[in-house]
Each structure stands twice: as C-alpha cells, then as structure tokens.
Write a new protein. Structure first.
Length: 296
C-alpha cells in the first residue's frame, strides 16, 4: 500500500479517515512487523513521553469531564479512531483493518510518527525548563525571606520588625518551600535528562530508518529486492520462492522481511554447503520463516 497512491483520504499514519459527512469509516493499515511480524493490527497502547520508542498502535486518550463526558482516542498524528459524547449519545469506534503496508512504507510512516514524538518531547522539555526557572526564582525568594526573618528573630525586642512568633511561622513556611523546591528542581533535572536522552535515541532510530528506506528504494529500482514483508496475504513467500527458481540470478539480491533486510547470500550461507540444489528453495523458505517467527 503506497502512501503516495492514496487518494481522497485524510492519511496521517496507520489510520486513514475515510469518513464522509455522518458516515464513519476509519481504516487501519498495520505495519509489516506489527503483532509479532504477522502484519496484523496490534491493540492500542498508551505511551510515555519519556520512552525511546512508540508502540505499534500508539494511543493518546483524552477524557473531558468539563460539562458533558467526552472521550477521544487518537494516534500521535492526531487521527481520531474513537469518539464518545454523552450529550449526543454518539459513539464512533468501528475500525476497519485493511491490508498491511510493506516494510518500506511502514518505516516511512514510523519516521513520520517519531518526528512528531520529538516535537512532543521538545515541548515537554520547554515546559520543564520554564518550571525550572520559576522554581529557581522561587527558591531565591524563599532563601532571601528565610535569611531576613531569621536575622530579625535574633534582634532584641525593640529592634525586631516582627514578633518572634510571626518569624517562626514565616521560617517554617519558607523552610518547607525550600525543601519542596529542592525536590522539584531535582525532579525537573532528572526528567529533562530522561527526555534529552530518549530524544537522542529517537533521532538515531529515525536516521537508521531513513538509511534503510533509501537502501530499499535503491534495491527496488535496481531490481535487487525480493519483498516478502507483508505477511497478511495469501502465500506471502511466493516472491521468494519464484526468485529461488533461478538461484544464480537471485544470489545478489536482498530479501525484505517484515522486520529486517537480509541478503540472499546470507541466507544461502546459513543453509550450508550440504544442501542439495533441489532443496534450496524449500530450505530457504523454512529459514526465513524461522527468522520471522523468532524476530531474528
């Protein structure tokens, strides 16, 4: 399923909104590797902003109790796949699963989502930075007040500006403010570091994915790619079987599995030298099936 070939839809990721007027239709095209390399839709799963990866079928769930109960379920790109409104009684939740994407298109969509993930991390980091500055300023203010009231409480009766009971109240208040601020600063620091490190991991994944996307495009254009990455179709290994009928021609090609790319040379070497020529096709299919099943 080529992303650039989808027409008259609102394609933003794995979900495609094909709703027209009041006719709800939400289609879902799984990643090639989804649901343990079966190319089938995985259950929705919420995620942490601090994570280094996204679930295959990630969910942003929003519940609004401000007036009438409203619930939304969206993917990270904002495509809504579930909606409930207690005021109108309207519920939209049916998802139509359509054929999976191949690995190349899956990686393109994944990178699109990971870039959005980076945007969310960046916004969270900005929020933490602002909170850090506010807490730091509050700490400076509390420290100044603590010092002032501490000194004032040590003055004699005629020289004190405030009573000692008032000073004790302020000192206790600012002590707890300082303690809470220190905890907040510590948490902000740790959260910022986690976000920064996870963002670096996401950036590495995006670069690695893009390198593979470029390689897949080149191999495909050079007729050196045997794509069996979609596993939700009848006889998903057919392209590999056909290619193996001419082993000499296939020897310099690459096989695209749902979760990785592997050279034909690597497959042949893994089979060993004792395999009979007439058994190569069958044994190669068995080998890649094991790789797919075990996600090797």
């Amino acid at each position: 399923m080529k992303i650039n070939a989808i027409n008259n839809t609102n394609f933003k990721g794995l979900f495609t909104n094909k709703s027209t007027n009041d006719n709800w239709r939400m289609e879902y095209s799984p990643y090639s590797w989804e649901q343990n390399n079966t190319s089938k839709m995985a259950p929705k799963k919420q995620f942490s902003i601090y994570a280094s990866t996204l679930p295959d079928n990630e969910e942003l769930f929003i519940k609004d109790n401000s007036y009438y109960d409203k619930e939304y379920s969206k993917d990270i790109l904002g495509t809504e796949s579930y909606f409930k409104n207690s005021e109108t009684g309207k519920i939209r939740k049916t998802i139509t699963e359509v054929p999976a994407m191949n690995r190349e298109d899956s990686l393109i969509v994944l990178n699109k989502k990971l870039n959005k993930f980076l945007d969310l991390k960046s916004k969270e980091m900005s929020s933490i930075s602002k909170d850090y500055e506010d807490t730091k300023n509050s700490t400076i203010k509390s420290e100044s007040r603590f010092e002032y009231f501490y000194k004032d409480s040590k003055e004699g009766y005629l020289n004190r500006e405030y009573s000692r009971s008032t000073s004790r109240e302020v000192l206790n208040e600012e002590f707890y403010n300082l303690r809470n601020n220190v905890v907040n600063l510590y948490n902000n620091f740790n959260n910022y570091i986690q976000l920064r490190d996870s963002a670096d991991n996401v950036k590495k994944t995006i670069l690695n994915n893009q390198s593979e996307i470029d390689l897949l495009k080149k191999l495909r254009s050079d007729d050196k790619l045997i794509d069996i990455s979609k596993r939700d179709i009848y006889d998903p290994n057919k392209a590999l079987w056909n290619a193996l009928q001419d082993i000499r021609k296939a020897a310099n090609k690459f096989v695209c599995l749902p979760h990785r790319l592997i050279s034909m040379d690597e497959i042949i070497r893994a089979l060993g030298t004792i395999v009979k020529r007439e058994d190569i096709s069958r044994r190669a299919i068995e080998y890649v099936d094991v790789l797919i099943k075990r996600s090797i």
